[in-house]
Design a protein around this ligand. Structure first.
Ligand code: KG4
Ligand code: ZN
Length: 340
């Protein structure tokens, strides 16, 4: 089954072709980061307009790269939510109208399920069940994953997401959007031991997180010190240490509590080098395994949507395509069920 995947929930137009027999055949992405950077964040209306411009040429590109035609497509998966409603509507309308003309089924994919399953696109994927750490701009969650659509929430952030904390810290330090890569780049020049930030909820005994206090502590540090580059680098260093230590400790607790030995990490913050270093070290010590998507599939992309859609469309094979649709800008992952 050849699935076309379309991601347009925020500031990236991601398109991919995934074949249930042959794997990932082609993928392409247009990032709007440059366009939004002058505003310091995503401007929803500009995002929607840009998705309109990019989606069809990118679909043509992946078809050319895979030497396939529109008529080879057996199903279309698109991000139905959560995300920006205008941006979601662009991908949804394109997916549904193409599918209508091709007479193939569609599947509306939950964006976070896409992130969650992205590590399974890599070689030697883990078998279910496993623990998943989902760390993106909007979410910081630990889950027990028993199968597609079988997600048990083990822990969640009580306030800001880890990616959001990176983004806000970047803003406080006068760095560019998006903050995660900018903070971690600056942290390389930072020195250990000059500053000490708190590790909120590190020993809370549960698997929940809290990052808003850390942001306030960064603000206090920034106000109390000179704003020279070395000081900013030292703050960035310590901030990254605090976040990655908290995430690593909670992941290890989740493995211990569930008795599982496989961890997967997904979402934008999963691209963070220091986090990967810490998780690699901690899991190795406990004879556990950690799996990541390749760096470019940590952040938003079409491959994860094509893959998650393929998993669900396989279960629906043979049913009559229906092309009524709606987007779900707010959509709780806990509402998902096993494909029937
Ligand atoms: O998964 P994603 O692309 O979008 C959401 O679904 O939210 O994640 C974006 C988030 C942003 O907050 C960004 O700052 C963060 O991931 N991020 C990083 C890194 N790369 C992206 N955070 C820390 N280190 C990175 N290298
Ligand atoms: Zn995302």
């Amino acid at each position: 089954m050849l699935i076309l995947g379309i991601e347009s929930s925020c500031d990236e137009t991601g398109i991919a072709l995934y074949d249930t027999e042959r794997g990932l055949l082609a993928y392409a992405l247009h990032s709007q980061i440059e366009m939004h950077s002058e505003y310091g964040g995503v401007v929803p209306e500009l995002a929607s307009r840009d998705h309109i411009r990019r989606a069809l040429p990118l679909i043509q590109k992946v078809l050319n790269d895979a030497k396939l035609a529109l008529s080879d497509i057996d199903g279309i998966a698109y991000t139905q939510g959560p995300g920006l409603s205008g941006a979601l509507l662009v991908g949804t309308c394109i997916a549904e109208s193409l599918a209508f003309t091709l007479n193939v089924p569609t599947i509306g994919v939950h964006h976070l399920e896409g992130h969650l399953l992205a590590p399974l696109l890599e070689e030697n994927p883990p078998q279910f069940p496993f623990v998943a750490l989902l760390v993106s701009g909007g979410h910081t969650q630990l889950m027990k994953v028993t199968g597609v659509g079988e997600y048990e929430l083990l822990g969640d952030t009580l306030d800001d997401a880890a990616g959001e904390a990176f983004d806000k810290t970047a803003k406080l330090l006068g760095l560019a959007y998006p903050g995660g890569p900018a903070v971690s780049k600056l942290a390389i020049q930072g020195s250990k031991g000059r500053f000490k930030l708190p590790r909120p909820m590190l020993n809370s005994g549960d698997l929940n997180f809290s990052f808003s206090g850390l942001k306030t502590a960064v603000l206090t540090l920034a106000n109390q010190n000179e704003s020279d580059l070395q000081t900013k680098a030292d703050i960035a260093y310590e901030f990254q240490e605090a976040v990655t230590e908290i995430l690593t400790t909670k992941c290890m607790s989740a493995l211990r509590q569930t008795g599982l030995d496989n961890l997967i990490v997904s979402g934008g913050v999963g691209a963070n080098k220091r986090l990967r270093e810490q998780l690699n070290f901690a899991t190795k010590r406990k004879l556990c395994h950690v799996h990541y998507p390749r760096l470019e599939f940590c952040t938003d992309n079409g491959a994860m949507i094509a893959f998650a859609g393929a998993m669900r469309l396989k279960a629906l094979e043979g049913s009559q395509p229906s092309h009524s649709f709606t987007v779900r800008p707010r959509w709780d992952l806990a509402e998902l069920q096993k494909p029937q």
